[in-house]
Design a protein around this ligand. Sequence first.
Ligand SMILES: [Zn+2]
Length: 187
Amino acid sequence: MTQSDKLITCPCCTSDACYESEFTTQDGLLKTWLCMTCGFTSNSTMTKDSEGLKQTLELTAEMIKDLRQDHDGLAWFPTAITMPEKGMIFPEPNKNIKVTKSFVKNKKTGIMEEKEVNEKQDWGWTVVKAIPIPEEDQKKFPDPRNPGTFYKTKMDMKNLKRFDKLSFMDAAEELGMFAKSIEINED
Ligand SMILES: [Zn+2]
């Protein structure tokens, strides 16, 4: 399997920080995208009615499904990342949402019209870090995938950090994701 990476313009947020990775697999060429600005992700199997998209929709939270965008025939969703040793990043609605207004130009008349912000768009990134479980407590956290072993870390749900929806990069840095990606590239 070979891999190459480059940055492209993100179809979701138009920033130029969208990572495109190309893999040659047994099934042919696979492309994946992850935007470091908006955190949206897709891959070349996410076409309408595809098995890949069906599976994703089954496994994905309603809130993430609601944020779906379609570009060039591919479905894009905000990513959700879990790294047991480091923590998690996931999109979450903004709490205590106040009804806010924004102005949108009417394409026909050119007049600015007041519009209520769609609550579903009012979301951001939550970062939860993994913390070590004290050795004497580890027996309370059995690892279901490896019977007889116990988790050494847990998600510190009391210490959440919130990031703006266009600050995925900051959220990823907070989690230490980049150290991980460098390790992968060196392989
Ligand atoms: Zn983007």
